[in-house]
Design a binder for this molecule. Sequence first.
Ligand code: SAM
Length: 436
Amino acid sequence: MTKYFYIETYGCQMNIYDSDIICSILLKSGFIKTSNLKKADLILLNTCSIREKPEKKIFNRFIEIRFLKKQNKNLKIGIVGCLATHYKNKIFEKFKFIDLIVGPDSYKNIPAMIKKLNTKNKEIDVRLANKERYSNIIPNGVRNGISAFISIMRGCDNMCTFCIVPYTRGREKSRNPNSILKECKLLYKKGYKEIILLGQNVDAYFWQNIKFFQLLELIATTVPFMRIRFLTSYPSNISKNLLKVVKKYSNICKHFHLPMQSGSPRILSLMRRKYTVEEFLLIIKMIKQMIPDCSISSDIMTGFCTETQEDHIETIRIMNIIKFNYSYMFKYSSRQGTYASRKLKDNVPNSLKLSRLNEIIRIQRSHSFYRLKQNIGKIQEVLIEGISKKDENYYFGRNYNNDIIVFQKDKSHIGSYKKVKIINSTLTTLIGEIIP
Ligand code: SAM
């Protein structure tokens, strides 16, 4: 009988949250979690298919774990998450040792599917729902006791031409605000200090008459002693109302993650992003005017279909104007099923995608350093998240702009807020001193 389960998570924060949902479902059904792969009767890989590189890594992992079936004849292996909805039955055809395939909206069915596996060979459920399905489940798993993700909406309606998300995670569906508030209160009671609200486009949240800025205000006032972060924001959904709420509440972090993708008007239009370069710049201006100390991070992609050197230079030009605090940068990889994979030419050679990527990474590093240095001399409130990996005599934590700060340990506890004076900066991290 299947008893011990092991789960491995790839990809974004949403997948980390979903793994906790799966843990909760399995624990409730009598399964026991193990962190020992060899002890498991059920191995689940929670997967990501957003780009080719992480996908390849996961396929290699399939091969690595396959031999475990020789040691444990009862072992079941399941693929859950975005790869499941992306490849569906094809996974069974290519990887015969896989028993279970479950898409992001079907996790509640996992226990029943495992039961059926006792008599059947394979089980698959990759149906996508048009309603949020996990409102009544409190995640239970790998949370660190200080900071917790809360999913507020799932899926995406934007249909950017490069992106697989609408196909793997389905249409936008927002979660009932009462269940979100219940989860916030529960986390507060358990001693958590920070909540990170998650969604593909948090600012598209909509439940009956409640929009994202109203939900954010509700949360900020319901758990006033908790820090609140949120990501990702779709640029053209940013509203003055949202900025007013972020500005008004001191427990809401002053940070927006706004994926720009490209600084070329032609490429933005080919990507079917819903903003122009001018509009993106105006959104940044509006944020900085209303919340001057707000940090802004982004996602940028190089080598999208037909991208020319001129398009690339435009991206660099806009990056130089904005100087994002940090960015996640990727080279474009075609995703089967998307509009771009069907209709546009993926004609930028891989070596050029890479060299452009390296160039924007180098530029972003200098911008990040420039932004970090602006903090030197300031006194900031830091939430201590743990012991620095590089030096056990140091703590690390974050300020309200999502910058990481390291500082020498004192008697303060992990999970407490401390006033820290910023005295220096490396390329990626601030260095501070606790104010006694
Ligand atoms: N909601 C976000 C937005 O506003 O676009 C998208 C989040 S997506 C999960 C994270 C990032 O992955 C995107 O912003 C994009 O930069 C990158 N990405 C998505 N599809 C990609 C592809 N086919 N190739 C390379 N990078 C991709």
